[in-house]
Design a protein around this ligand. Structure first.
Ligand code: PLP
Ligand code: SF4
Length: 352
């Protein structure tokens, strides 16, 4: 399979979605299609419950007329990646970590994506010279200890190309860690072929961060893809986006987090939605996100709880925003347990 190409039966247009009954005919979708990429893989199409008008899988991938409207507070580069991009394909915000985007194609195009203005099937593949320039940037900066492959979706690359990139990066002496951010195991698990899993067998530690937002994404095929990656020796973490109509309830988040842990995947971040253009229908107030996380604290094991974060506009980085159960006052600390009980501790940790 050539680079950047999902299975042939991927639905890539409003017409194709209409023909399969996944969207009702609507002239307003032409403007959405002209601006943003569409892709619904056969796997995702099969996960959608067509009898449910509010299906949480469909909500993530099926275009909606409201996307044609950009709100005043929405921005094409909501977290300021462009300002932190010294060479094509690199985003460098934190001294010790750099992003490398070898391509901008994805198996699916999520309607809430913060990179929706740049991702798409025919853009963004770094040529050999551009990849070399990116490696040179990393080679020249010993402070970079971790390279994070993202995109687009790095697992859309052929096994040969992905393997070559991982090999080149791990040959840089000061690069200690490699990371891949991907949606492939839940968006089109058939792409995780033995050769791709073999390409993930690096000498230096490689961690994979799976992007999943709903428990139903973790079906049998997704679990098999996850297991194949894990068997290659790659530990798997996850991140999710808090999305109205997808996972903005205690029950939906609990089911998602339990399904991830059951798949041997450790949840890390729950992202507050970045204000990308045309994403208003997914917005969840920060206060609601905080209340959800607080409610989950007493319901889930600690290792299943993600950190709720906002990625600040302008490239200022990620900030945890969940309500802290610890507050300082003049007498020391007031700690609130998951059931609302209050406890006093001195700064040294002793009860007072
Ligand atoms: C999110 C992000 C990272 C990774 O941050 P972690 O907290 O390590 O996951 C690195 N660089 C940029 C530019 C980012 O946006
Ligand atoms: S897979 Fe990731 S980068 Fe691609 S559209 Fe979805 S959220 Fe955006």
């Amino acid at each position: 399979m050539p680079d950047g190409i999902a299975p042939a039966k991927t639905l890539r247009s409003v017409a194709a979605l209409e023909a399969t009954g996944l969207v009702p005919p609507d002239d307003a979708l032409a403007a959405v299609e002209a601006r943003y990429a569409i892709a619904v893989t056969p796997h995702v199409a099969g996960l959608i419950d067509r009898t449910d008008p509010h299906d949480p899988i469909a909500a993530q991938y099926i275009p909606h007329p409201s996307e044609a409207v950009t709100g005043d507070d929405e921005h094409p580069d909501p977290i300021g990646d462009d300002a932190k991009s010294p060479v094509r394909g690199i985003v460098h915000r934190y001294p010790d970590r750099a992003l490398l985007k070898p391509l901008l194609a994805c198996p699916v195009y999520c309607r809430f994506c913060f990179r929706r203005e740049s991702v798409g099937p025919d853009g963004g593949v770094l040529g050999e010279a551009e990849l070399e320039a990116a490696y040179d940037y990393i080679r020249a900066r010993p402070a970079i200890r971790e390279v994070i492959l993202t995109g687009g979706d790095p697992l859309m690359l052929s096994a040969r190309r992905l393997g070559a990139i991982l090999r080149a990066l791990e040959a840089i002496p000061h690069v200690e860690l490699l990371r891949i951010h991907t949606r492939v195991p839940v968006a089109e698990p058939s792409l995780v072929k033995p050769a791709l899993a073999a390409a993930l067998q690096t000498e230096k530690p490689l961690w994979l961060i799976l992007h999943a937002n709903h428990a139903r994404e973790l079906n049998a095929q997704a679990l098999a893809a996850i297991a194949a990656i894990r068997r290659a020796g790659v530990p798997i973490l996850s991140q999710s986006v808090l999305l109205a109509g997808v996972n903005d309830s205690e029950a939906a988040l609990e089911a998602l987090l339990r399904a991830l842990v059951a798949a041997r995947v450790k949840p890390t971040y729950l992202h507050h939605l970045d204000p990308a253009p045309g994403t208003a229908r997914f917005r969840v107030p920060l206060s609601r996100g905080r209340a959800l996380i607080k409610a989950l604290r007493g319901r889930l094991p600690g290792h299943a709880l993600p950190t709720y974060v906002v990625d600040l506009p302008g490239g200022a980085g990620k900030v945890p925003v969940a309500e802290s159960p610890a507050a300082a006052d003049a007498k020391g600390w007031v700690l609130t347990d998951p059931w609302g009980g209050r406890h006093r501790l001195a700064d040294g940790g002793e009860s007072v």
